[in-house]
Design a protein. Structure first.
Length: 231
């Protein structure tokens, strides 16, 4: 690149540009534009307000803010008088829930109740007192406190509904035992909503096998009948 000729004007020839000449009577920006496109791009204008009045956002495309532009692209109408969704995730429609909206205006828990019970049962607690943790396949997984790990055979993390039932029974659950949610809501882990089920079956079909299995089952669960019936 040859040095700038001192005889040429010191200011770029592009309209409205006051930058110093770089080459061929243009600043570096406009000179490179001419090399690439053979035409000059207009100077950027100051930010303008979205034309979908009374929207206070800055225009970014075709005179609209991004939200109104997307409306126009998707529906053919920017609908300037329809309120825009506020930034952030919408919340569950149940008052005082505070959980993110999952679908149809409800969080996962209240939507599950609507599907299974026909009502979100807004007055029923969403989770057990003090419960925290993550949700996987509709069930809540929680950290097991150190003082309760004898109920999970040393596991430091487990499913909350199984932990609650283990606390009720004051023993670890057997491998053949499952915990059923009475109202169908997998996150409603109140003891009154949980039932202990067993998938145990006799290994054979001979009479002596079934009798042996029945006696084993009775021996295992007989001490618990009073505890379970009281709930």
């Amino acid at each position: 690149m040859t040095p700038t000729d001192p005889s040429v004007p010191s200011v770029c020839d592009a309209p409205g540009c006051d930058r110093t000449v770089y080459a061929r009577q243009h600043c570096e920006r406009h000179y490179r534009q001419l090399l690439r496109r053979a035409v000059l791009s207009p100077e950027r204008q100051e930010s303008l307000a979205c034309s979908a009045s009374p929207c206070p956002r800055t225009a970014v495309t075709r005179g609209w803010c991004h939200a109104h532009y997307l409306r126009w692209v998707r529906t053919g109408d920017s609908r300037p008088h329809d309120p825009l969704q506020e930034p952030g995730h919408p919340r569950c429609g149940v008052d005082a829930c505070g959980q993110p909206n999952h679908a149809r205006g409800f969080c996962r828990t209240h939507l599950s109740r609507v599907d299974s019970l026909g009502s979100p049962e807004a007055n029923s607690p969403v989770r057990s007192p003090g419960a925290q943790g993550s949700i996987s396949h509709g069930y809540r997984s929680v950290v097991v406190p150190k003082q309760l790990r004898h109920l999970t055979e040393g596991a430091t993390r487990g499913l909350e509904h199984r932990l609650v039932m283990a606390i009720v029974l004051d023993r670890p659950l057997a491998a053949h035992e499952v915990v059923h949610h009475r109202n169908g809501d997998r996150l409603d882990n109140r003891p009154s909503n949980l039932e202990l089920w067993s998938t145990s079956q006799p290994k054979g079909q001979r009479v002596e096998d079934k009798v042996a299995w029945a006696l084993e089952l009775l021996t295992f669960y007989a001490p618990l009948t009073t505890t379970l019936s009281s709930d």
